[in-house]
Design a protein around this ligand. Structure first.
Ligand code: SFD
Ligand code: AMP
Length: 623
């Protein structure tokens, strides 16, 4: 610790994270900051060009409301999200993002993102709300705009944000972290902080093992920092039970949206049956949401899982059938062959744009999608407020749309003053995806500027507290150094636990007690209570995490962050006395949906007592 320099930076707005929401926040805050003479600083654990979920690129923009066309309204979008989340959604937040998202998409195009166009020059839709893009450089394009807006001097890359700074009034006034490349401990002090550090992956045991361990659908380097930061700041959290389980091409996690929506493919079980048809009567049990179109994502999963649990796997995406069917619409044989070639290259590009490893797996296992089907499977659970999950912080809505219960001064501010969030960090506003996360980042950025104009002093955190934080954050390095000679194998030591081993323990607990892959996403009260007991022991052991290098120190804190996300999740699944999202998780002891649980299940960790408070909040419709 002695050889770590402390670097202190004072700013007005601090953006923690460098992904879609952060880049949106950057361009918007830069604009308002200039008008109000404010300084904006951004900190990312990685390099802005390729950080976050969009690192590998994407092949679609999944939220484009297209209000100008007159075909869709904001209300339509809110209705779609409400149904997909089985009735649990903050309509004010969804509407606020929906009315701003199209302009983010138009900015992306202006900055150079190629969006597919048809012969008439209109955007090519994947589905009603989704646009096809050539998106392998999506993140670089969006990051470039953010970098131009803020200026290189205001961007800190490869600095891992570890803890929030909270002043004596309980307001957020900055963050601390460390460089993952140099011996530097960073202290950022700010009037307003925007915590946009993505979702959480690898909280649950992944399906991938051995050399494939890092392969997951969502990026494993999103490790729960947004949730940890907001929970530790004392913010109220929402929908912590709503994990997201996507169905993906098996083993390499290629997305399925283009297959279902653009190519209109079917999925069938090992016997060739379409579970969406054979299992249709099951949807009656989840009325009214079972009856809506499209069928909610978790119910689509559920019907598939019922087949798998009955031993009717493998489940196949019928790529060959879909491609042959579309090309058969062309009657001339030469033109038909050309069409098939085009479709084939679109299919490969879908993966090459965003999940390159799926294309590699296809190549390695001799898959010709036009000739044979490919297996799909339900992934391990992820925590992500931006796709079809909903976990995140409970934030204020916009003044003009939010009912008084949902409004406390500044849009997207958490219940902790001065602390804002968006994207995967904010809850109960699903289906924002990449474009909506950018738009929501802009909303949060503008509101944070307004907060910094109204609140002109930076709260105080005394030097001793900061020194204590520095000591605690760097302690794993000292522990490893002091203890490494106590055993001949550095992986096995009586004094420390290595972060990878700790992560395996966390994942095993979550998998077996909180409804992971191995238990078919099923749990009950007794299992969860046991899981909480084991998590408490794990948390005690987190004090003994050791780190051999700066890189391993990063791994230590990533896993501490994951642990807090895990605890919030189990506690909230326990609190919600029903099963509402079969296909995401199933409570075997409470197998039905209950009318009196059509509420938000929120939680808050008390900074003073260390106790968790569980809170029910009403759902107030806006439309
Ligand atoms: O097909 C710290 N997503 C899709 N969105 C779409 O619009 N279209 C698609 O096609 C999408 N699909 C998809 C998607 C994601 C992935 C991985 C795949 C496929 C394979 C979802 C979007 O990507 C997602 O909604 C947004 O990116 C969410 O934005 P945001 O800003 O909430 O999270 P981020 O972009 O991951 O950024 C997180 C940032 O935080 C940094 N960070 N920085 C400092 N300190 C720490 N401790 C930090 N921890 C994390 C990260 O480095 C990063 O900069 S499809 O499947 O549907
Ligand atoms: P995915 O590739 O699964 O992330 O899906 C991309 C987009 O398509 C998201 O907006 C999904 O909600 C939507 N989607 C995927 N599959 C279906 C389906 N079978 N029916 C309706 N929407 C879907």
């Amino acid at each position: 610790m002695a050889n770590f320099e402390t670097v202190e930076i004072t700013t007005d707005i601090l953006i923690c994270g460098g992904g879609m929401a952060a880049c949106g926040a950057a361009v918007e805050t830069a604009y308002w900051a200039k008008k109000n003479n404010l300084k904006v600083t951004l900190v990312d654990k990685a390099s802005l060009d390729r950080s976050g979920a969009v690192a590998m690129g994407l092949s679609a923009i999944n939220q484009y409301v297209d209000v100008n066309s007159g075909n869709n309204t904001i209300e339509d979008y809110v209705g779609y999200v409400r149904n997909d989340l089985m009735g649990i959604t903050r309509e004010d937040l969804v509407a606020n993002i929906a009315r701003h998202v199209d302009s983010s998409v138009h900015l992306f195009e202006k900055w150079g993102l190629p969006i597919w166009k048809d012969a008439e020059g209109k955007y090519v839709h994947e589905g009603r709300w989704q646009l096809m893009i050539n998106g392998e450089s999506y993140k670089i394009i969006v990051a470039e705009a953010a970098k131009n807006a803020l200026g290189a001097d205001n961007i800190y890359e490869r600095v891992f944000i570890t803890e929030p700074l909270i002043d004596d009034q309980g307001n957020c006034c900055g963050a601390v972290g460390f460089s993952v490349r140099e011996n530097k401990f960073y202290v950022f002090k700010a009037k307003a902080v925007i915590a946009v550090m993505g979702g959480a992956v690898h909280v649950f045991k992944p399906r991938s093992t051995g050399e494939g361990l890092g392969r997951s659908w969502y990026p494993p380097f999103n490790s729960g920092a947004s949730a940890y930061f907001t929970i530790k700041a004392g913010a109220e959290m929402t929908c912590q039970e709503v994990r997201f389980i996507p169905v993906r091409f098996k083993d390499a996690y290629g997305p399925v949206g283009a297959w279902f929506l653009l190519f209109k493919a079917r999925a069938t079980n090992g016997l060739g049956e379409n579970y969406m048809e054979t299992r249709r009567p099951e949807l009656e049990n989840w009325k009214p949401y079972g009856m809506v179109k499209p069928v909610p994502a978790n119910l689509r999963n559920w019907l598939m899982m019922l087949d798998v649990m009955e031993g009717k796997g493998p489940i196949y995406m019928r790529t060959e059938e879909a491609l042959q069917k579309i090309s058969a619409e062309v009657t001339d044989e030469k033109a038909r062959k050309k069409k098939l070639k085009e479709l084939e290259s679109e299919a490969w590009e879908d993966f090459l744009d965003m999940t390159i490893s799926q294309a590699l797996l296809w190549a390695a296992s001799d898959v010709f999608p036009e000739e044979k089907p490919s297996e799909i499977a339900a992934c391990e659970p992820y925590f992500i407020g931006s796709h079809s999950g909903a976990s995140g912080a409970w934030v204020s809505g916009p003044e003009d749309l939010a009912p008084p219960e949902y409004f406390w001064g500044y849009a997207n501010m958490t219940t902790v003053k001065g602390l804002f969030t968006a994207g995967d960090g904010s809850g109960a506003s699903s289906h924002k995806f990449s474009s909506g996360s950018h738009a929501e980042g802009r909303i949060a950025g503008k509101a944070a500027c307004s907060y910094a104009v109204d609140n002109t002093t930076i709260g105080n955190v005394d030097a001793a507290t900061i020194e204590e934080l520095k000591k605690r954050i760097l302690m794993p390095l000292d522990l490893f150094e002091e203890s490494k000679n106590a055993s001949t194998d550095p992986d096995t030591n009586p004094h420390y636990i290595r972060p990878k081993q700790y992560m395996f323990r966390l994942q095993k607990i979550m998998d077996e007690y909180a409804g992971g892959v191995s238990t078919n996403f099923t749990t009950n009260e007794q299992l969860m209570n046991k899981g909480l007991d084991l998590l408490a022991i794990l948390r005690e052991d987190s004090e003994k995490l050791g780190a051999e290098s700066l890189h391993e120190l990063l791994r230590v804190w990533e896993n501490v962050h994951r642990t807090w996300q895990a605890e919030a999740h189990i506690r909230t699944m326990l609190f919600r006395d029903e099963t509402r999202w079969p296909g995401y998780y199933f409570r075997a002891d409470k197998p039905k949906m209950k009318d009196d649980w059509k509420v938000f299940a929120n939680c808050q960790w008390d900074r003073k007592t260390g106790e968790w408070n569980m809170i029910k909040r009403d759902i107030i419709p806006v439309y």
